[in-house]
Design a protein around this ligand. Structure first.
Ligand code: 13P
Length: 341
């Protein structure tokens, strides 16, 4: 494969010890929701100003190997006119790009989604490579609802699209982050989430194999194995860690470059504690790290919206450091007490 060495090197750097990804690639509708929730005006300039904090924070490169951007941000510049991409690269942070066009209703399958964006993707990836993106992300959404949802159809079409995207990204010399997200919504028990996650991962990696995607140049961004958000008696941190590690070990090929997690609506502390507990278990064939959006950004955005820029920055560095420690299995609740923001 043309870019094999480059893909391996980039993927390895993305999950270097104690480093993870920041997801700052909220689409236009998603960032509108986030800004609205804290009463912030939503304009191109307000989005640029906020994301500038995430991109230019001094010292963030110690904890974060890459930042996933939305198309708009990839093309924006800092206050002093430097392209954000150059600011990141200057610090040794790899710019990433969300390339899917969002999860749309799956025809004939009420309540289920299929991610679109394959049309024209080869050309878009070529441009993103020229603009300096080192990796890309594609998110698929799997809903849990009773015994019938997800359907096999939903899992299969999303798995096939994830692999088609991954192949196109690798062809362009861009590392693919494949994100099949099993949603937290629902009142299902953790065992049910385990089964659905296993079924999803099996389908995804069957397609990845079928389409000859290079595992060493590929990162899995997955949800954790959790009880549904509204379940009675939700599983505790140790159970989540054990079940997630077991599921990944049994359903993810060992030669993959790395596994990172989305936070998916967990609180900041839950997301950090779960990652830490998994790394304390250890003995995994790939690095396990983070690729959080809300579990890093929630307190940052809150403080930013109140005009507290210094505290927003402190919160950002704090959550990034906490997750960096968790990626090494070295976080403790004590860390939260000693360095509050
Ligand atoms: P959350 O961590 O907020 O789930 O976002 C991660 C992400 O990138 C979703 O695509």
């Amino acid at each position: 494969m043309r870019y094999e060495e480059q893909l391996k090197a980039t993927a390895t750097a993305m999950v270097a010890p104690g480093k993870g990804l920041l997801a700052a690639d909220e689409s236009s509708p998603t960032i509108a929701k986030r800004f609205e929730s804290v009463g912030l005006e939503n304009s191109e300039e307000s989005r640029r100003a906020y994301r500038q904090l995430l991109i230019t924070a001094d010292g963030i490169e110690e904890f974060v190997s890459g930042i996933i951007l939305y198309d708009e941000t990839l093309r924006q510049t800092s206050d002093d006119g430097q392209p954000f991409v150059n600011v990141l690269k200057g610090r040794g942070i790899i710019p990433g790009i969300k390339v899917d066009k969002g999860a749309k209703n799956l025809a004939l399958h009420p309540g289920e989604k299929v991610t679109e964006g394959l049309d024209g993707l080869r050309e878009r990836l070529k441009e993103y490579a020229t603009l300096g993106a080192g990796f890309a992300k594609w998110r698929a959404v799997i809903t849990i609802d009773g015994d019938q949802v997800p359907s096999d159809a939903c899992i299969q079409v999303n798995a096939q699209a994830l692999a088609r995207y991954a192949a196109l990204a690798q062809e362009a010399g861009i590392v693919a982050v494949i994100e099949p997200e099993v949603l937290l919504d629902g009142n299902h028990a953790i065992d049910h989430c385990y089964k659905i996650t296993a079924r999803t991962l099996d389908a995804v990696f069957a397609q990845i194999k079928e389409q000859d995607v290079l595992l060493k140049g590929l990162i899995l961004k997955t949800s954790m194995v959790l009880s549904g958000k509204n379940a009675a008696g939700r599983a505790d941190v140790d159970t989540v860690a054990q079940q997630t590690v077991k599921c990944l070990k049994e359903h993810v090929p060992p030669s993959l470059a790395g596994v990172v997690f989305l936070s998916g609506g967990q609180s900041e502390l839950e997301a950090t504690a779960h990652l830490d507990a998994m790394n304390k278990i250890g003995g995994l064939p790939w690095p396990l790290s983070f690729s959080y959006s809300r579990a890093i950004q929630n307190p940052v955005l809150q403080l930013w919206s109140q005009g507290k820029k210094d505290r927003a920055l402190a919160a950002y560095l704090h959550r990034a450091e906490a997750n960096s420690l968790a990626a090494k299995g070295q976080w403790s609740e004590e860390f939260e007490r000693t360095k509050a923001y």
